[in-house]
Structure formats: structure tokens, C-alpha cells
Design a protein around this ligand. Structure first.
Ligand SMILES: *Cc1c(COP(=O)(O)O)cnc(C)c1O
Length: 366
């Protein structure tokens, strides 16, 4: 076994989380978000594990879809950003990708090339002001798409900006705007990412909420990987289990004297005599340099604080004056017993960029 930082992916936890999420909107179809290397968990590893569970996989880039097809994944793959030109469109169609259409130019592209993709999701901007067509423009675009032959294979989707905050009324307003269209829609609809599923479950399941004639699709990403998308709720509160175990090893242990400085820039000053552990994990592995001193790690299952600035391949921890830890002992950067949500808080960020940043230097994820 290598002593370097490595990622263990718990597929039983992944499948458990899938079932929990599928249960949030009973009867729904599940589009599993595996973009950005499945949030650092391994695009192919995760997709193969859920190949029989998921109804579709969602990616951000055509290159991700092509990697999935090369790996033998046959399920529908949704390109969340659609395509931007004829070459991409041709490849996407050859590889049977479903396309999100978020702008008029993409409808024009289908018209000009007389292309009918296996499936088209028309994305409606209900207030996030990122991708999506205006509610007022949607019906015109739906007619154009129907004219070129998109009929049963046309769905409507939208995306919430603030679903992680259950006290923020914006999500309800976005849903209301979406329903103006969806209520009269003859086809499938999709609104909910992780935060919407777990924070707005009651609203999504309210009796009489939906009047479209097709399926309701959910689009979990973060929660599937066992991470809470909600402010103030842990994964355990939501019955989710962490999928990624980010581990390394102590490769040096040494005394440090009061007043000694540690690491690049000498930013960390020993307040008392202690024992330092040097861990084989750094930002080259995805252990973000944004994490400040005192960020917790587990050494032999015991919480210890980060000492000094994280370097490319290494970081230091303060093991405490009475430490008995030794070279070769296990270190957990995040995972079970040390939620990545908590680590993210230390750097005033979210779990998303930390997970996506894992580089898999040891090559275990594909
Ligand atoms: C990434 C993404 C998701 C999944 O979001 P999570 O917050 O990770 O659950 C859902 N829908 C769209 C459009 C996305 O881009």
C-alpha cells in the first residue's frame, strides 16, 4: 500500500444514499450528477456502481460523456450545458446524449442541422440568472422544438439558486414561476438538486403540486456522495453516509520547541514544546491550501490541528507534547468521523470544491 494521500470510495454508502434520495420524491426518475469526476469520486467508478440504479447520468462537458461511453455506460447521459456548435452536436448525437437547451441559439442549431436528439431538456431560468431561457420565451421555443420533431422526448427543467437555505423564500418563488409553464406541459419535468430534495421535500411532494403529464426527474449530486447540502444539517441528520474516505499516512514524527516556526513562510509558531507529525498529503493531492492552521485531521482516530501552511505534497500537524504516534500511522483528512462539511467550514467554503479538487494522484478512481 502506498503511504501517499489516497481516496477510498465506499460503494455501499453510495448505494445507500441513492436509495434515500430516490425515496425523497416517491416514483421519481433519478438523473445522477457525475460531472467533475463525480465530485472527485471517480466518474467511471461511480457510474459503473450506479449503472443499474440510475435512470440517467448528468455531466457538464461532452468529454465526460465520451469517457462514460468508452467505459461501456449505456444509460442516457444528459449534457447539462448542451452543445455550442455543429461538431459537438454531431458527437453528442452519435453517442446518444440528451441535451439541455438553455439558449435560443441551440434551438437554431437543431433547426439548421435538422437534428432531433434522443432527448431535449429545455432549461427555464426562473430566477437564478445563470443558464436558461426566460419563462416568457419558453412557449415559443417549445413550439419550435416540436416543429423539428421533439415531442415525447422533450422535458422542462429549472435550477434553484438558494435551495440550501430553507428560510429563503426564493425557492418557492422559482417553483411558482416554473409551474406557470409546467402545469400545462405535456411531458417530463425536473427541478430538484440535492438541496431542493432534502430542504424542500414537503413542497415537492405537496398534494396537487404537479399537473404535467410525464415523469418527474430528480437530479441529486452532492447528497449522493453522502454530504449534507443544507446549512445547519449534518449528513447523519439526513441519513446520508459519506462515500469518500480521504486518507494518508504520517511519514515523519519530530519534536518541536516552543518558539520554532513551521512550514513555508514560518507562519505557524509553536506555543509550547510539542511533537510534530508530517503527513503525506498536500494540495497536489487536493488537500486545499485554503485550509487554515487548526483545521482538524484524525491521526490514529484522534483529532489534531493542522500546523502551518499546506504545501504541495505535505502538511504538518501538532500531535501534542505527549504524542506516541509513529511513522506509518494512519491519517484521515476527511470522511467518516470527520465530515468534509466541517473541513469546508474551516476554509469558509463548501464541500463541493474540496471534493472536486481531489486529484487522485495514486490513480485509484478509474
Ligand atoms: C450539478 C447539478 C445538479 C446536482 O446538484 P447538487 O447540488 O450537487 O445536488 C443538479 N442540476 C444541475 C443543473 C446541476 O448543474
Amino acid at each position: 500500500m502506498s503511504f501517499g494521500a489516497r481516496v477510498e470510495i465506499r460503494l455501499d454508502a453510495l448505494k445507500h444514499n441513492f436509495e434515500v434520495l430516490q425515496g425523497t420524491v416517491p416514483g421519481s426518475r433519478v438523473m445522477v450528477a457525475v460531472k467533475a469526476n463525480a465530485y472527485g469520486h471517480g466518474l467511471v467508478t461511480v457510474s459503473r456502481a450506479l449503472a443499474h440504479h440510475a435512470d440517467a447520468f448528468a455531466v457538464a462537458r461532452l468529454s465526460e460523456a465520451l469517457r462514460l461511453r468508452e467505459a461501456g455506460i449505456e444509460k442516457t447521459i444528459v449534457l447539462l450545458g448542451g452543445v455550442t456548435n455543429r461538431d459537438e452536436l454531431a458527437l453528442a448525437v452519435t453517442h446518444c446524449c440528451a441535451l439541455v437547451i438553455h439558449s435560443e441559439y441551440q434551438v437554431a442549431l437543431l433547426e439548421a442541422t435538422k437534428t432531433v436528439p434522443v432527448y431535449v431538456w429545455l432549461k427555464i431560468d426562473t430566477g437564478m440568472n445563470r443558464l436558461g431561457v426566460a419563462v416568457e420565451d419558453a412557449n415559443g421555443l417549445i413550439s419550435r422544438l416540436r416543429q423539428i420533431g421533439c415531442d415525447r422526448n422533450l422535458g422542462l427543467m429549472t435550477h434553484f439558486a438558494n435551495a440550501d437555505d430553507v428560510s429563503d423564500p426564493t425557492s418557492k418563488q422559482q417553483l411558482q414561476r416554473f409551474l406557470e409553464l409546467a402545469d400545462h406541459f405535456d411531458g417530463d419535468v425536473s427541478v430538484a438538486n440535492s438541496a431542493a430534495l432534502l430542504g424542500w421535500q414537503a413542497l415537492l411532494n405537496a398534494p396537487g403540486m404537479w399537473h404535467h403529464t410525464g415523469e418527474t426527474w430528480i437530479r441529486p449530486g452532492l447528497s449522493l456522495y453522502g454530504v449534507s447540502p443544507l446549512v445547519g444539517k449534518t449528513a447523519a441528520d439526513l441519513n446520508l453516509r459519506p462515500v469518500m474516505q480521504f486518507e494518508s499516512t504520517l511519514i515523519a514524527v519530530k519534536p518541536v520547541r516552543q518558539g520554532d516556526r513551521v512550514g513555508y513562510g514560518g507562519h505557524w509558531l509553536a506555543q509550547h514544546d510539542s511533537v510534530l507529525g508530517i503527513v503525506a498529503a498536500g494540495y497536489g493531492d487536493g488537500y486545499s491550501r485554503c485550509l487554515p492552521a487548526a483545521t482538524p485531521l484524525l491521526v490514529n482516530g484522534r483529532r489534531v490541528p493542522l500546523a502551518g501552511v499546506i504545501s504541495m505534497d505535505l502538511c504538518a500537524v501538532d500531535l501534542g507534547p505527549n504524542a506516541r504516534d509513529a511513522v506509518g500511522d494512519p491519517v484521515t483528512l476527511w470522511g467518516e468521523s470527520l465530515p468534509v462539511e466541517e473541513i469546508a467550514q474551516c476554509a469558509a467554503t463548501t464541500a463541493y470544491p474540496l471534493l472536486c479538487g481531489v486529484t487522485d494522484r495514486e490513480g485509484r478512481l478509474s
